[in-house]
Design a protein around this ligand. Structure first.
Ligand code: MG
Length: 158
C-alpha cells in the first residue's frame, strides 16, 4: 500500500457558489478560484496523485488551460482517480478535514461522503469527511478563507 497527503486553501469571495465535496452549500460567499474551487476535492486529488508520486493538481489540470476553466472538480477527481487506476492501484480509504468558520457544514457531511464514494467507486465507509473551525484564529478564523487536508491509502489492485 501507499499513502498520499493533500492540502489546499482558497480565499472566500462574496457571491461565489460554495461547492465543497461536490455539494452546493447555501451561502452568501464561497471559495474563489479559476475552477469551482472545491477546496476539499483539490486536497483529495493532490493526495491521490501524491500517493502515486504523480505530481500535483496544477501539473495535470493547469489553471492556465481554458479546458479547466470553471471546471467541475468532481470531474477532475474522476480523471485523477483514473490515473491512480492506470498505475495499478485502487483506493483503500480517504480521510478529509475541512477547516472553515462558516458556513456550518455538519448538515452536508453525509451527502459529501456519498458524492465522493460514488466518484471513487467505493463504499461510503471508506470515505471520511470532517469539518472543524480554528477557534476564530488565522485566515479561516476571520472568515477570509477556507482550507482542507486529505490523506489517502491506495492498494495495489489484485
Ligand atoms: Mg485549489
Amino acid at each position: 500500500m501507499r499513502i498520499g497527503f493533500g492540502y489546499d486553501v482558497h480565499r472566500f469571495k462574496a457571491g461565489r457558489s460554495c461547492i465543497l465535496c461536490g455539494v452546493d452549500i447555501p451561502s452568501d460567499f464561497g471559495p474563489d478560484g479559476h475552477s469551482d474551487a472545491d477546496v476539499p476535492v483539490h486536497a483529495l486529488i493532490d493526495a491521490l496523485l501524491g500517493a502515486c508520486a504523480l505530481g500535483d493538481i496544477g501539473r495535470h489540470f493547469p489553471d492556465t488551460d481554458d479546458k479547466w476553466k470553471a471546471a467541475n472538480s468532481i470531474e477532475l477527481l474522476s480523471a485523477a482517480y483514473s490515473l491512480v487506476r492506470t498505475q495499478g492501484y485502487h483506493l483503500g480509504n480517504a480521510d478529509i478535514t475541512i477547516v472553515t468558520e462558516s458556513p456550518r457544514l455538519s448538515p452536508y457531511i453525509e451527502q459529501m461522503r456519498t458524492v465522493l464514494a460514488d466518484t471513487l467507486e467505493t463504499d461510503r465507509g471508506n470515505i471520511s469527511v470532517k469539518a472543524t473551525t480554528e477557534e476564530k484564529l488565522g485566515f479561516t478564523g476571520d472568515g477570509s478563507g477556507i482550507s482542507a487536508t486529505a490523506v489517502v491509502l491506495i492498494n495495489r489492485a489484485e
